[in-house]
Design a protein around this ligand. Structure first.
Ligand SMILES: NC(=O)c1ccc[n+]([C@@H]2O[C@H](COP(=O)([O-])OP(=O)(O)OC[C@H]3O[C@@H](n4cnc5c(N)ncnc54)[C@H](O)[C@@H]3O)[C@@H](O)[C@H]2O)c1
Length: 440
């Protein structure tokens, strides 16, 4: 204010220079002095800031689009080719979790009989991602493409359904494992709840709507004590966050069936094992430790009872998955609208012959020809249940499901795969290491 006063009333009047400065400042003053002009300037600045922000978000989203590992004409061509059936009347299946244990086996089985298969997996590091990449290499060899992406990516899912009219979705992507929930509970919500809803949203909006077959879990039986577990049993006492998210998944899929006419089949798998299995599961980590001469921890129930599991061989599970796809009725809706009631099913896929953990260790010792060093501890309260046992009459009646591999035979196949994958050589009387893990 002081500066302005001095210039408006110069101490040396008559000098041209001062006179010119005086004129400029007077004009500036006129511009700024009126409140309406100030208001207009403010509006102008706000508009400028807003258009800058819009431009920035456009730049951000475009760079995200261009940085994405998917999209483009060539990519769409590969997606279409992978999902196209190779036999008349073949299915076109989107397999989520295709780089996982069950997903890779189901994808290979479908491709083998001439169905179109497109895989989707986010290759997360819950366990060694190099194993997932090796499974992908196997699928690549059979012309099955696995898109790297997350089931929470609604844009990617919309794109996939726009490019391919999938007849079926085999949904196997999930955060598996019971104990990891203590460490990372959010990962269960991310994949098993939010991801499931995002996937179902894409399925319900697709035209045609696919039939959905998805993996629930035997863990939904939680603290139930009456065995064998039947589909009609109550499942309202989960013992882990994993089980709770699978149970929630059963309710969520029911909602999409009810509102949008999506055909839904939920499969409660019972402890699946076999070649290319999951390193976080006991039979796998026991094998690793036994071969490395490290101790294994065997848990027992509170009253000293042995824990038991209804171990189910991967080939039997694959047959159950494929039979579910084959018997799934079409969804009745299209583009988000239901036009009639549609199928909703839940099946146990187990083996119906539980084996105790010490018996499992005994079988591994025989196949590996190495004695295990065992530490026996009481089971901690971290979500594991003492036993599982499936009643499979419903799956037998409706899917023709009949498991044929017992634990002895199944573990023999697993051990053979393990030794060859991780570079061991089995001789008559011992197992020796021949090199480092093979990455295919
Ligand atoms: N193996 C078993 O004993 C067993 C038992 C009961 C239920 N199940 C269920 O069967 C299904 C398959 O299990 P699995 O043993 O093959 O497990 P897995 O971990 O080997 O396979 C799951 C795959 O899904 C992927 N994935 C996870 N979250 C994802 C996401 N948000 N987006 C995209 N991909 C994602 C992972 O990278 C992984 O490759 C899971 O739903 C699991 O809960 C398995």
């Amino acid at each position: 204010m002081r500066l302005m006063d001095e210039e408006l009333f110069p101490s040396t009047p008559g000098k041209i220079k001062i006179e010119r400065a005086h004129t400029i400042h007077r004009q500036l003053y006129r511009c700024f002095a009126s409140t309406s002009t100030i208001f207009l300037w403010a509006l102008f600045l706000i508009a400028l800031a807003a258009s800058y922000a819009t431009f920035q978000s456009f730049v951000d989203s475009s760079s995200r689009y261009f940085a994405a590992s998917w999209g483009g004409l060539q990519w769409e061509k590969q997606v279409r080719a992978s999902a196209a059936p190779r036999r008349p009347g073949g299915l076109s299946v989107l397999v989520t979790g295709a780089a996982g244990f069950v997903g890779s086996h189901v994808s290979l089985a479908l491709r083998k009989r001439g169905d179109g298969v497109l895989g989707l997996d986010n290759f997360n590091n819950y366990y060694d991602p190099s194993l997932k990449k090796a499974r992908r290499a196997l699928l690549d060899g059979q012309d099955v493409m696995v898109v790297e992406g997350d089931i929470n990516d609604a844009r990617l899912l919309a794109k996939l359904f726009a490019v391919v009219p999938f007849t079926h979705v085999m949904h196997l992507a999930a955060q598996a494992g019971v104990r990891y929930a203590i460490e990372n509970p959010a990962s269960y919500v991310h994949s098993n709840i939010a991801g499931l809803v995002t996937l179902l949203e894409a399925c319900k909006s697709a035209d045609p709507q696919p039939a959905v077959v998805w993996a629930s879990s035997s863990s939904v039986y939680g603290l139930n004590e009456e065995v064998p577990f039947s589909e009609s049993d109550l499942t309202d006492r989960p013992a882990s966050l994993y089980a709770a998210t699978k149970k929630a998944g059963e309710e969520i899929t029911h909602t999409y069936n009810h509102i949008y006419g999506l055909s839904i089949t939920g499969l409660r798998f019972f402890t699946v094992y076999g070649p290319w299995g999951r390193p976080d599961m006991a039979y796998f980590s026991f094998t690793r430790n036994i071969l490395q001469g490290k101790p294994i921890t065997v848990y027992r129930g509170r009253s000293g009872t042995d824990l038991a599991r209804d171990f189910t061989f991967i080939d039997d599970i694959v047959k159950g998955c494929v039979a579910s796809l084959d018997t799934a009725e079409r969804s009745t809706g299209s583009g988000g609208r239901k036009s009639g009631p549609s199928q909703y099913r839940i099946f146990n896929l187990g083996n119906t012959s539980p084996v105790t953990v010490p018996a499992l260790v005994g079988i591994l010792e025989r196949h590996l020809r190495v004695k295990a060093k065992q530490k026996v501890l009481e089971m901690p309260g971290n979500g594991d249940v003492p036993f599982t046992h499936a009643n499979i009459s419903l799956a037998r009646a409706e899917l023709g499901y009949q498991p044929t591999t017992n634990l002895e035979a199944g573990l023999k196949k697993f051990v053979k795969w393990y030794l060859s994958y991780y570079g061991y050589k089995a001789r008559n009387d011992e197992v020796t290491r021949t090199g480092s893990a093979k990455i295919m």
